[in-house]
Design a protein around this ligand. Structure first.
Ligand code: AMP
Length: 211
């Protein structure tokens, strides 16, 4: 599978990517995870990305394309990939198209998770993330066994800096302005598959004819 997962923050792209990975050898590539890793490690990339990320703004297309050109040519991508959080702007989508054509590769489809805004806000404000392994919790629907402690690795779980209400509002506005136009872009490319849910079964049904 070579799929783009498209949808606002909190739509469930990461969750669906992990579920789809159980079905074949495709790897999940999350630009957000790559950037958070770089920030945590204090690398040059992390330093360049940190301020924009904390504010809920996008980092530059140049930075992202630098990461993705390298990442998509690594060996584990041969079996397929699920792009989670990339592309996020029309210039990124155009650059990806040019890169894939250079690599002689083709996307199977672009899966749009079309989730209502109130559900998104509720999910994001109640989401908590492990500072060590990245496991996701939700204070309402999936709390950890011990408060503030990750079930998987025992480290601290926190609310991400970009999941305060102010940053979330900004991230949704950024999505509407810069990322939502990709829906039309990929519809025109004949690649768009839209589903109004992030539950695995309906998503699998919608994907069946494409993969
Ligand atoms: P995410 O975990 O996908 O919501 O990404 C977290 C943050 O990383 C975003 O709010 C952006 O600041 C940055 N980011 C991730 N992917 C991209 C991208 N494709 N283009 C620009 N910024 C990105």
């Amino acid at each position: 599978m070579k799929i783009i997962l498209l949808g606002p923050p909190g739509a469930g792209k990461g969750t669906i990517a992990k579920a789809l990975m159980q079905h074949d050898e495709s790897v999940q590539i999350s630009t957000g995870d790559i950037l958070r890793g770089a920030v945590a490690a204090g690398t040059e990339l992390g330093k360049q990305a940190e301020a924009a990320m904390t504010a809920g703004d996008l980092v530059t297309d140049e930075l992202i394309m630098g990461i993705m050109e390298e990442r998509l040519q690594q060996d584990d991508c041969q079996q397929g990939y699920l792009l989670d959080g990339f592309p996020r702007t029309i210039p990124q989508a155009e650059a990806l198209k040019a890169l894939l054509s250079k690599l002689d590769e083709r996307l199977d489809c672009v899966l749009e998770l079309d989730i209502p805004r109130d559900i998104i806000i509720d999910r994001l404000t109640t989401r908590r993330t492990c500072t060590n392994c990245g496991e996701i919790y939700n204070v309402k629907f999936k709390p950890p066994r011990a408060e503030g402690i990750c079930d998987v690795c025992g480290n601290e779980i926190v609310q991400r800096d970009d999941e305060t209400e102010e940053a979330i509002e900004n991230r949704l506005q950024v999505y509407n302005e810069q990322t939502a136009p990709l829906v039309e872009f990929y519809r025109n490319e004949g690649l768009l598959v839209s589903v109004p849910t992030s539950d695995l079964e309906p998503v699998m049904d919608a994907l069946k004819s494409r993969i």
